[in-house]
Structures are given as C-alpha cells and as structure tokens.
Design a protein around this ligand. Sequence first.
Ligand code: PLP
Length: 370
Amino acid sequence: MTNLRIPGPTPCPPDVLEALSQQMINHRGPEFAGLLERVTAGLRPFFQTQNDIVIPTCSGSGIMEAAIVNTLSPGDAVLSISIGAFGDRFALIAETYGADVTRVTAEWGNAAEPDMVREALRAGSYKAVLITHNETSTGVTNPLGPISEVIRAESDALILVDAVSSMGCMPVPTDEWGLDVVVTGSQKGWEVPPGLAMAAVSEKAWQANESATMPRFYLDLKKHKEMAAQGQTPFTPAISIMYGLDVSLQHMAQEGAEAIFARHARIANVAREGVKALGLEPFADERFASNTVTAVKVPDGIDGKALTGIARDKYDTVLAGGQAKLAGKIFRLGHLGWVNDEDITDAIDVLRQVLTDLDYAVPAPAAASS
Ligand SMILES: *Cc1c(COP(=O)(O)O)cnc(C)c1O
C-alpha cells in the first residue's frame, strides 16, 4: 500500500472510507441537521472554544479567504506575519481584496519572534493581524501563544489564524489565546479527504463583520452561522466528507485530544531523529520544528526531484517536494492525522534505500542509533 507522506491530503482510516460511500441524504432534512450538529460538537474540543464554528465546503485557502473578507474592508491596515509560502498566500489574499498589507517576515525555516511582532505593532495601527500557526512549507510552528499575547497587549487588532495544518494535531486553545478567526481544512489533521473547511469565529470578529465591506457571497460566514442554527448550510455541502468526518471525530474523541497531540509530538520526533540518523539535516529551526510536517534539506549533490521520484516509483512512498523558492532544495515528510510510528519508520527506511540508490553515503544504522 502506498505510504502517502505528504502534509495533506492525508490517508483515511478504512471505516472513514466506508462512510464516504454512503447514499446521499437531503441536506435540508433532519438527518443532515443531526450530522452537522454532531460534527460541530466533535470539533469543539480541538478548537478549544465557545465561539461559533462554521463548516463551509471549500479547501483551506477558501476558508483563509473567508477569514479576511468577512472581517475587513478595502483599505484596512493589516499586519501579515509570514514565515513561508502559506503566510505569503494569506497576505496575498488580503491584498487581492484591497487591504493595505504590511509584512513582517522571518527567514524561511525560522519562526516569528514575539519581539518582532511587538515592534511592528508599535510602528503602526492595524485592524487585523494575519498569522500562520504551522507553516507547512517550511515545517515550522510559530509560538502562537506568546505572539497572540503580544498582539492583544499591544493592539486591538483581530487575530486571524491559519491553523490549517495544526488544528486537530497540536493544541490551539482558541479562547485562551484570544484568537478571532481560526481556520482549518478537512484533508490535514482530520483523517478525511479534502472538501470541508472549518472556522471558529469570535464575537469580536462577528462585530467586525457588521461593518466589513469586502465582497463576499459563497464565503459569507454570517450566512453559514445563521443556517447552522437551523441545522443547515447555505449551499449544498460536501455531504460525503461530512459522513467521513462524523466517523473520524468519533475516533478522535475516543483517542482524546491530549493523546492525539502527544502522538503527533512523539512521531514528529521519530521523523526528525530518523532523518538526522541518515546524515540529513532538518530545514526548520529545531526549537520550532513542526509536529505535523518535517522539512529536510536535500543534501549537496543530490537531485531533490530524483529523490522524491525514486521514493514514489520504486518504493511506493510519496514525499512532498519544496514549495516556491524551496523547490528542489528541501523535501517534506508529512506526519499528521491518521499516522502511526511505523508509517514514519517505514518512510525513513525507504529514504535510506533511496539515498543509497543515489550513491549518497548514509551512516550505518548502528552508528546512527548511538
Ligand atoms: C494546506 C494548507 C493550506 C491550504 O489549503 P488548501 O486546502 O490546499 O487550499 C493553507 N495553509 C496551510 C498552513 C496549509 O498547510
């Protein structure tokens, strides 16, 4: 079986796949209302919030767009904290809708520092701050707790968070951190296919929504909130994915949020130690290395495309390449959602084979474990 080790879409458990093939139901009927209610309740322990949770049918980028267009107006000053490709995308969406975006960036591979956020906030006045919790393109997790504390201490800005690849896998205490819109997508930590997106929206964000004039129709979150109160979505939802999510959230409730977070932390460590034992260097600043995706530098003299190509074609193991300016320079190993230790040790074994095939001098396993 293919070992799909990209940071989304991620593999789905067999009973989730089975659930996906169930017959359609009326999305305006009582069965769907029950389903929507169960799924929303199942998400809540991971979002750790009392805020409204809405579940539009779109990908992660769609719900990032929703976070922006539902809270902002053209011309609004927005601070973008970007540490990679997805942070850049968040800023670009805001700019596309006419926000006046100021960028704070860290060198790719590094996290944002609370101090640089403080400095930026003191130099300007912002309606919102955009931040990526877990930057999937570089394998870095921002210290969102301390950063959100700085944002709240220094400003009145809305905190809009891309938690697409962290929610459900690591703690994101939405209410404790005072996050206003937090978004994620079904194909990352949720053990289901792409198709649904989820957002938690604070009271402060709904207040901003009242005067926000960026255009929106399909992604109008207020419509989603109003319809959810009636057990519906404004438009036809991805019912099949909702069936799957109903099952995966039962698994997740059974395992428990804390145990899931601990599993991700443990497995991420297996990934990082595994690549280091092969003589490879993780790309991310170790202090902020992600628990859901490990980015690894392609060693000198090795063709990154050849590496991922051989892993795929000869060993049925699918790794992700680098995005944007990191194309060919790194590869990425996803370890989120329905993943266990063996999935990663298998992938590390494959990497050893691939590197050997490419005549790269891999340290002997015995030496590596000392
Ligand atoms: C995957 C991902 C997205 C984009 O999601 P799509 O579903 O591909 O639109 C956004 N942000 C982060 C951090 C991601 O990992």
